[in-house]
Write a protein of this length. Structure first.
Lengths: 292, 292
């Protein structure tokens, strides 16, 4: 339940100029606008599960894209049901969107690559919640080596530079080594990974899949004193989220999806950092950057 | 489309301790919370039509009522379709609300009383929009005369006071006039009326139904320079809304539902006040009071 100015779940993820939206709780489009983020760059939306606090902002966002005269295809990843909900809403509003929504149905309990392009893959992470729920694992593919521009000299031929950039040594017609690729290039930039896990109770099965990711978002609806309630509702406590982060040896943890019973989030954060120190709170408008 | 911090349509109306919600665009529950209004007193929700900006906040609100452990019946007035949308959403979230929603289906194009109790009636106002749309006319019933407490004297019998309050003179057994009711009572307080008309293009048929209301809300999506667009989308201009108010001889007009093209609303207000001076803007958190 939204409380203390906190909104339901939605995250905006940019990887190499790809703009992904993860979940879309009520008010997502207003919050994007509030934080100065245009909606026209979003081409892929991932919805973890069909509880209202994770998707009720989707329809308004899709209509606003329509009003902004979007024509580009939009890819929507979700369990079946969301397609029926959207079609019902479109039917009664007598609306035909002026762009195409391509619906990609998730499969319950299956680790699979649901998106892949030149630079990024997205895997479904089966989670353990009251209804079928999937997390999402975003991985940058290995990157190319880079030219070391400080080493380039005047008079080098373009064809030679292109060859060096692809990692190949340049030799003359007489088989004499002209330039050694390793002298003129730098190693690839690191490839980052981000795992979004919400909503779920602690689920050991995900540990291997998310092992070593640079950034993990794991829900932490409750603190340990509400553990019984966490089990009833299939949510996690802050300590449990931190324990998952520790076992999976991730670099950094973000916790979120806090119950309306917590006005002050300091105790929630404290409970997690005692187990996993590099933990941050996912609060409204907060942004996290992974850079080399 | 929400813009400049403006939210889609929703109004909260209190009449003699009855709490009505009229339309429920995305973010309604957050805005109610923001303005310090509890949601548990709302027992009647009126949805004018099934365009997203008038109902997409409803489901989140209904779920929050559930999470707040509501048990009281909730009455929902809308055209058919909203029931199907809600049932589909409940089905996929595997949720059973712990209170009952009583759905009252509106009839297209029909002026009818859709709600009535001791103190208030609500009539449907057929409107002229792209899909079937209904406004709502809220009327207080005539009120009782009131005791003039300044006139009561010590030693008057309770039974005589009760009789005076009901407007009857008090006479002795010998038929002698003891107290004349008109001396001890004040006339009834005025009964107020409020008409909500959104979305619609100007529709002369409503004039007689809303004639003389104390307060009229009429949509004014555009200004006159966008009249062609107003006709295409079956919306009204500010001048047209003011013209309706003038023809219907209402006491006060509120205009709202402004297009995202208007950042500054002063020209919209000016266009209306030139025709109907007692016009106000419906902006976020604004409240209007009708008191004697």
């Amino acid at each position: 339940m939204p409380a203390y100015g906190r909104f339901p779940s939605s995250q905006y993820l940019i990887i190499q100029n790809r703009h992904f939206l993860i979940d879309s709780g009520e008010g997502t489009q207003m919050q994007l606008m509030h934080y100065g983020i245009g909606i026209h760059k979003i081409n892929h939306i991932f919805i973890s599960h069909l509880h209202g606090d994770h998707y009720l902002g989707l329809t308004g966002l899709l209509f606003s894209m329509h009003l902004q005269r979007r024509e580009t295809d939009l890819h929507l990843f979700s369990f079946r049901g969301l397609d029926e909900i959207l079609l019902t809403q479109l039917k009664y509003s007598s609306s035909v969107l002026n762009y195409k929504i391509i619906f990609h149905a998730l499969t319950e309990g299956k680790i699979e690559t649901i998106f892949e392009d030149d630079a990024v893959t997205v895997e479904a992470i089966p989670l353990d919640h009251k209804i079928k729920t999937s997390g999402f694992l975003f991985r940058e593919k290995p990157k190319n080596i880079r030219l070391d521009k400080n080493m380039l000299k005047e008079g080098m031929l373009l064809q030679h530079i292109v060859q060096l950039k692809s990692g190949k040594d340049v030799v003359s017609k007489e088989d004499e080594l002209l330039y050694k690729a390793s002298d003129y290039t730098l190693p690839p930039k690191p490839s980052f990974s981000y795992a979004y896990c919400s909503d779920t109770q602690p689920f050991l099965q995900i540990i291997e899949q998310i092992r070593g990711v640079d950034l993990l978002y794991h829900e932490a609806t409750f603190t340990e004193d509400e553990k019984e309630r966490a089990r009833q509702t299939k949510h996690s406590t802050a300590a449990e989220a931190a324990d998952v982060a520790k076992r999976a040896d991730v670099k950094k943890l973000i916790i979120g999806h806090f119950s309306a019973r917590y006005k002050d989030l300091a105790p929630v954060l404290k409970e997690a950092t005692e187990i996993f120190p590099t933990t941050s709170l996912a609060t409204e408008g907060e942004s996290f950057e992974l850079n080399d």
